[in-house]
Design a protein. Sequence first.
Lengths: 356, 581
Amino acid sequence: MHKRTLTAATLATVLLSTVALTSCSSTAGEASSSGESSGTLIVYTNSNSDGRGEWVTAKAAEAGMKIEIVGLGGADLANRIVAEKNNPVGDVVFGLNNMFFETLKAEDAVAAYTPEWSGDVDKKAGDAKDGAFWPLVEQAIVTVYDTNTVKSADAPKQVSDLWDDAEYDGRYEVNTSLGQATPQLVLAGLLAPYADEEGDLGISDAGWKQVQDYYEHGSPAVEGTDLYARLTRDEVDYGVLPSSGITSRDAEYATKTGVISPEDGVPYVTEQIAVINGTPRQEQAEKFIDWFGGAEVQGEFAAEFASYPVNEKARAEALPEVVELIESLPKQDIDWSLTRERISEWVEKTELEYLP
Amino acid sequence: MRTSSWASMFRSPFVVIITLVTLWFVATFLVFPNANLLIRTFFPEGQFSFRAVEKLVSSERAMNSLWHSFALAATLAVTVNVVGIFIVLVTDYFKIRGARMLWLGYATTLIYGGIVLAAGYNFIYGRYGFVTNAVRNWFPEIDPNWFSGYFAVVVVMTLATTTNHMLFLGSSLAKIDYQTIEAARNMGASTMGILWRIVLPALRPMIFAVTVLTFLTGLGALTAPLVLGGTDFQTIAPMILTFSKSTGSRDLAALLAVILGLATIVLLAMMNRVEKSGVYFSVAKVATPLQKQRIPNPVANAAVHVAAYALFVVYATPVLLIVLFSFVHSSAIVTGSISWDSFTLDNYATVFGTPAVLRPFVVSVVYSALASVIVVGGMLFVSRLLQKHRNPLTATLEYLLHIPWILPTILIALALVMTFDRPNPMVGGQVLTGTTSLLLIAYVIVKIPFTLRLLKAAFASVPESLEDAARILGAGSMFTLRTVLVPLVLPTAAAITALNFNSLLDDYDAAVFLYHPLYQPLGVAIKASTEGENNLDSMSITFVYTVLLMVIMGFTMYLVYGRGGSSTKRHTRRARTVAAK
């Protein structure tokens, strides 16, 4: 009997010390993440791939800033920031597009700050009204084809020809992962001309018919297979891509990309930067934004990663082919405040009713 | 003799402590955060909203996908049992030439899964796969898309999910009382008769447990339908994933997940009922190890050999291919034109050229090891408690412990972040959001149901006579648990620990919302290195990581099984000595 209580006591001690350990480590973790106002600056971004994260970290170190990049996909990152808003872990966020930033702003997850370079950018590309977030890089969402297999003359003039014309039936890729940013932007682009207060979710029936046809006649993207792989093995002829992805793919797949440039333009997105609301490292965060968004760093970034900077002074450094492409593509007129307000409902409706 | 009275449960201070700790854990980490999230989701303005139900019922696509998930789960519950029991029998029960090699081939599913596995099969049998190409050279009229839809998904998932059978049925089989088999043979029973009426019935508790797991895997199927399902056979999991990431649609995700979860719980309740009604004596009480059985009929023997080796080839090819592909240029893989020039070490150079590439491995190994040891250690006591003391309290506890099966990991992770972002009295006034401990807690949580199910099944197959003997000889309950019962379930516990460890190593869903910025786990690192608009080598890099993971996981399995035979025997012997004292 005595022995039994002893073992029980030992076990209880072990269990309790586990609990205690957990709480200990939590205190330690807390101290390093959000407790102090100095230390490593935590930078949240979805724009860390292809070596961008390492590049920014190294450049920041040169400039005397110690940063840690937390890189996650767009939707995941936005969700994480919103979920953490009562006890933020990150200090700065950049790279998310204006749609995500509108959400962060609506959730009070980012705080307004006017950077030193605010005069060098087009205010309309960011949050013109409140200055809660500021634009860095611009991208076009384009429909592409390989000119080795499709003659420019045969390519449709309007994107909507792809689903209106039986010739292209099943020959263009549609991305059905509507949780991701690019497919959401495609959807926003499709619906933008059909805004109608009377219609379902602010969109006329004709607009929804476009969405239905778009998915019905397309070939769904294959998980784990790049669009260009499908283009080169003649599975599809057309597909959608953010413009910054073209150069590297042409090199890899020996394709020569052609871009459909409709009269009404193509959707553009702007990647933004902001301070996360409630960070204890406000001052450092502001310093980082002033540094990263400035003409010098944005110019180097553009030259290195083929981006198209919003900062006008940095644009001179951008690659000529990037500038040429972006300037040849007219901007589609999209009501971003309507889009932000409605996009999750649009995604939901599309997911439930129209996806193949 | 199972006591169901409350009095006996509260007599032992040890049981009281375990009950209290379990209650605290369940209330703090399972019920409170998830209830919090679900209430916010379903009662947006303080009133229940039928919106989610209406939306889903009116969506043909949702209903179809839901139906597909159920059809898949039901099919797998049958096919996986057939294939799983077959491979356990040929490796552990029948005398088959080269059984050890076969075991290794079948065991490959232990060390890889998800997108890589589906892609592996697609590279072989898919539209551009080399088997398809080879066959089409001879028979050009064959549909290149033959390997897609329901059929392909069922085939791939059947082969991929026999892991649990191999580990847990295998260990149950090893414990069968061989003397009953000999006795039956002496009385003239046929090989099939013995198998059907003695061996399989003795395995029933474990078969039930793994069937529930299989059903659940089928319901949650994500990557195999995405890669191989085509437009005709999409399941509900991708939709749940999309919806759970959007605040506005989270109610739909939660509702769908709850439907799937409840289905699993119903199945679980049924299995519990059947399990309760049966009496099982499957552990050998005398030292006669199971001897492998010869198949007397030569035709049957040849047929079993052929089937076993055919399965071996099917199991082993995708793994070999993945190892091979990790040395090939990405574009060559996806365009399907591999020549000698395509081989390269670039993929490995990319992975190892990344600064601090080892750190995520270390972080994930530490997290996974801690979590799997904690969860198995804790559940050893809890499952014993649930099995020994049956009353409304423990029954409720048991169902509550299955909450992580009902909700998708993403929602559990979000619920944790949002609940512990302020000082919480349940955890001593700590803020857990943004700390290193929250991810560990999440890992422990998500592994609870799996661990509990299998440990309970393992305890169920321990005959009570052993325990009774120990008690009569004067052993205390803690002593009995430690020296008699735990050694008997130790092989299962070790296998669960290894499996938990392996599956947590490359977790992404929980980590993405919970990881501490300075401790990036592997799943997030892999995702980061394979994503990106200009990252065209993502598939190859995934393969490289898979190969590295295979090495770690293979090593884990070696630790558990490579020397497993001797330790099992030692423990059984020790248990017997104790019981005989």
